[in-house]
Design a binder for this molecule. Sequence first.
Ligand code: BGC
Length: 358
Amino acid sequence: MKKKLVCYMVMAALAFSLLVGCSSQVVEEKPQEAVTLSSYSGTKVGVCIYQISDNFMTLFNNELVNYLVSKGFSKNNIIVYGSANSESIQLSQVEKLIDEGVDALIINPVNSSVARAITDKAVSNGIPLVYINREPSGEEELRWENYGFDVTYVGCDARQSGIYQGELVLDLGLDELDKNGDGVIQYFMIEGAPENVDAGYRTMYSVSTIKNAGVEMECLLDEVGNWDRVTSKLLVREGLSQGLIPELVICNNDAMALGAVDAIKSGKLVPGKDIYVVGVDALPETIAAIEDGDIAGTVFNDYILQSHRAADAVMNYLQGNGNEHYVGCDYKKVSAKNVQVIMKMILNSGSGDGGQDN
Ligand code: BGC
């Protein structure tokens, strides 16, 4: 109860800091050229987010807008569209942004195959382009390299998040996990989206990391939860109601881990005792759930660093400095052991007030 109270207080502090616009204390950033803040005030940036209702992308987008504002961009000149998970909607939004005269584009593509058409539109109009969160194909990235396009991708290597999830599970110990004592870990896998790079790698690497440590695994259910809490809840509830009894639920993100916890509780089981759950992202609600013991661990998907690096890449292009065609970031493991440290880090590295979706 006390822990929960502390957590709520920290969450309240986070919300407060976002409201009052605390000064940004940016970590691990590339130094920027000295530019006066006013030099970006007339610069227009167009942003497309694959689906604005995605909890993680909302955090990402808010931080991106806040950071751009802290660098002197005018909030009115940052145009954000949610693309409703539709390729055609996203393509028409990109065209609209170009017609509106944006100076740079930051795009979270609906999928990797839409990237080629978006790149062509940006490049033919001389507009620098930064992709975020969903990596375009290797073939597409090679094109940027070969033709010297002002196009880059900023994101994390999802293989690392899968490995970290596996390590978090291993840290729990076989004795703790193996509730039925058969020497095998029975598990559910709840995947993000079909053909999504993050989903594929996280699924593959979480399990292989556990297996490579000599632990036997048995998959009882493997379903696509579309990164969504309610979908995941329904899937896990359905599995449990069929009499499947997992010892572990591995989810490709936190929204789905929270949904798994909802289902476990509604099945009158205790998450973190009868069944362990792991996610990826470190959403504020997951941090609280780790404190409560409902979620065993998550992997911080550093949306702060990723959004700052995406904005920095835009500024580099605008100043004619260019960028590498791939800008990476590291994930971080989060469990009960370090949740406080991670929470403080998140509080200290955000940029304060800003974001609002169009
Ligand atoms: C995040 C998910 C998010 C997805 C969107 C992933 O990296 O972990 O929470 O839904 O990106 O593309």
